[in-house]
Design a protein around this ligand. Structure first.
Ligand code: SAM
Length: 252
């Protein structure tokens, strides 16, 4: 179900570490994004017509993009009606002068990209869901919009190796990637394009160029995970293990 809602409204979401003080129509707020969402925000350039905060939940990222006027159109998409209902209320107070926002309650795999000009530039951000779901969504979008130039910023929970490997097979290219440590957890942020870019490596590439101690720590965690998976012969993880081991040897 597609439900485009109001545009150019004033917003107030329940930001991470948000402190909110509301007085009738006059709302003030202070907030700070998590390191992970800040890193994603910083990776969003200003040359897109549309930025899609997919699987938006609380909408923290989209709100930040809206407030800094990152693109003329900021889209919020989640599949859960209650989340969208809450978000409508929250977004109803935002002061966004440079951007319009649009809210949809629907499956992200079916984004209505065809409703916009063919030449419009779209950035699709999918963060905070599993790599397998991220892969399904991106593959569906690529299948449904084969001629549209698209960029993706992906920050999946787990399954990064399979995600990268499969999207490389689908012809996507790498723009940038980074590893973020946020509150003891590691996150890989992967910026891909249907256009020009570098080859995508299953284990990642640019992310490892300036390694520090916690890059090695993250690598060890990932490798240990793949070794546990190898205990089940049905899992075909030998080449992933070999690639991660090679990388670890290089970084250690
Ligand atoms: C953990 S939240 C992620 C929130 C935010 N993106 C972040 O990174 O902090 C995951 C959200 O994905 C939504 N979701 C899961 N599958 C979806 C789909 N196929 N289409 C749209 N939303 C989906 C869920 O409803 C949930 O609100």
């Amino acid at each position: 179900m597609l439900s485009p809602l109001r545009h150019n409204m004033r917003v107030i979401p329940f930001f991470e570490r948000l402190s909110l003080d509301t007085h009738a129509n006059n709302t003030t707020k202070t907030y700070s994004l998590s390191k992970r969402l800040s890193a994603i925000d910083n990776a969003v350039g200003e040359h897109f017509h549309h930025v899609w905060d997919c699987c938006c939940d609380h909408g923290y990222l989209g709100r930040q993009l809206l407030e800094r006027g990152a693109a003329p159109h900021i889209h919020f998409v989640d599949i859960v009606p209650n989340i969208i209902k809450q978000l409508e209320t929250v977004l109803a107070g935002v002061n966004a002068t440079q951007s319009q926002f649009h809210i949809y309650c629907q499956d992200v795999a079916k984004l209505p990209l065809d409703k916009f000009n063919q030449d419009d530039k779209h950035l699709i951000v999918i963060a905070g869901v599993g790599g397998d779901l991220t892969l399904q969504i991106v593959e569906q979008l690529l299948t449904d919009h084969p001629d549209k130039p698209l960029e993706f910023i992906l920050c999946p929970l787990r399954q990064q190796y399979v995600l990268r490997s499969q999207l490389a097979r689908r012809g996507l290219r790498l723009i940038d990637e980074q590893l973020i440590k946020d509150d003891k957890l590691f996150y890989e942020i992967i910026h891909l394009t249907t256009g020009e870019g570098e080859a995508i490596e299953g284990v990642g590439s640019k992310m490892w160029h300036n390694p520090n101690q916690w890059h090695v720590q993250h690598l060890q965690i990932v490798l240990a995970h793949f070794k546990r998976m190898a205990n089940n012969p049905a899992n075909n993880v030998d080449s992933a293990i070999a690639s991660y081991q090679q990388l670890l040897a290089k970084l250690s």
